[in-house]
Design a protein around this ligand. Structure first.
Ligand code: PEP
Ligand code: MN
Length: 346
């Protein structure tokens, strides 16, 4: 249930409502809005009677939440969440392009890729220092040395960096270096990792599990939000299906569904969806036109020599072309998109 306070509600009235929620054995979460405070009721075992709250001083309304996820839902938070990372805004009317190699392989490869993507128009740099590889014999990442190289990218090129955390053990060190902490498809339902992400001070980029429904994905985000971290970027990266012509199948319809159901930004990773370089541009165009708040694209200065995902990594000049086309699509869509509210920075 969501208890919406009146605009002129006093601190005492808000506290009285929170106490009344807690007396019923539930948790209360204050959700500050532009004009008024709302209070989310969490951990209720069954339906709660709204009439007990509707008559309390300062209460405007008490609305049952019909979805299994609460804090991530638009019912609870009608305006788009806008996340600020450095000078970059993600969500609402803003559109972001994140780019970089699959993995940080060396200082030279990372810095030269960063120079290219920055020049082409990327706002945020990506690169894995801890890599989730199918084979234990494949390159696993440079670990902390890789994080230090990412810090150098931020320093030299002024781009915030996003990098993946694989486990609880390395969460602290990744959080220390990253501007955005990524949780990958294989960890979408690693609930202890999600809870730790909820305590993090950095935004979380939560990829969709390769076999997860949209509801399961939003429930995973709910774990993070329920621990207090409101800065979550959802990332659709394709589902495992029977097809062989692409690595995964990009679920375009997840974009409007997530935008309808949740206030969180949703971006698309066309690279892991495609698995092949020649599909990355068409999927990117589709995602931009379908209303994604941004893209995260794998780019490598020399893809033919990449230690990881070279076949889906764009050459720098291909990425330049992609940025040009995507910006043109954003311009067209800006005129017609229902952007779901004016946006609210958290
Ligand atoms: C990645 O972005 O580096 C990655 C491993 O992606 P995913 O978790 O979507 O496979
Ligand atoms: Mn990759």
């Amino acid at each position: 249930m969501l208890i919406v306070m009146r605009q002129d509600a006093t601190r005492e009235q808000i506290d009285a409502v929170i106490r009344a929620v807690e007396e019923r054995g539930c948790s209360a979460r204050s959700i500050p809005g532009g004009e008024r405070v709302s209070i989310g009721v969490l951990f209720n075992k069954g339906p709660i009677d709204p009439s007990g709250f509707q008559d309390m001083p300062g209460v405007k309304d008490a609305i049952p939440v019909t979805r299994p996820y609460k804090l991530v839902s638009r019912e609870v938070h009608p305006h788009d969440t806008v996340i600020r990372v450095g000078n970059v805004k993600i969500g609402g009317e803003n559109r972001v392009i994140i780019a970089g190699p699959c993995a940080v392989e060396s200082r030279e490869q990372t810095m030269s890729t960063a120079e290219h993507v920055k020049k082409a128009g990327a706002q945020i740099f990506r690169g894995g220092a801890y890599k989730p590889r199918t084979s234990p014999y494949a390159f696993q990442g440079l670990e902390e040395e890789g994080l230090k190289i990412l810090a150098k990218v931020r320093e030299v090129y002024g781009m915030p960096v996003v990098t993946e955390v694989l486990d609880l053990e390395h969460f602290d060190v990744v959080e220390q270096y990253a501007d955005i902490v990524q949780i990958g498809t294989r960890n979408m339902q690693n609930f202890s990792l999600l809870r730790r992400a909820g305590e993090a001070k950095k935004p979380i980029l939560l990829k969709r599990g390769m076999s997860a429904t949209v509801d399961e994905w939003l429930m995973a985000a709910e774990y993070i939000l329920s621990e207090g971290n409101q800065n979550i970027i959802l990332c659709e990266r394709g589902l495992r299906t029977f097809v062989r012509h692409s690595r995964n199948t990009l679920d375009f319809s997840a974009i409007p569904v997530v935008r309808r159901e949740s206030h969180l930004p949703i971006i698309v990773d066309p690279s892991h969806a495609a698995g092949y370089r020649d599909q990355v541009l068409p999927l990117s165009r589709g995602a931009a036109a379908a209303g994604a708040h941004g893209l995260m694209v794998e780019v490598h200065s020399t893809p033919d020599f990449a230690l990881c995902d070279g076949g889906q990594s764009l050459y720098p000049e291909q990425f330049e072309g992609l940025c040009r086309q995507i910006r043109a699509i954003y311009d067209i869509c800006d005129e017609s998109l229902d952007r779901g509210g004016s946006g609210e920075t958290v």
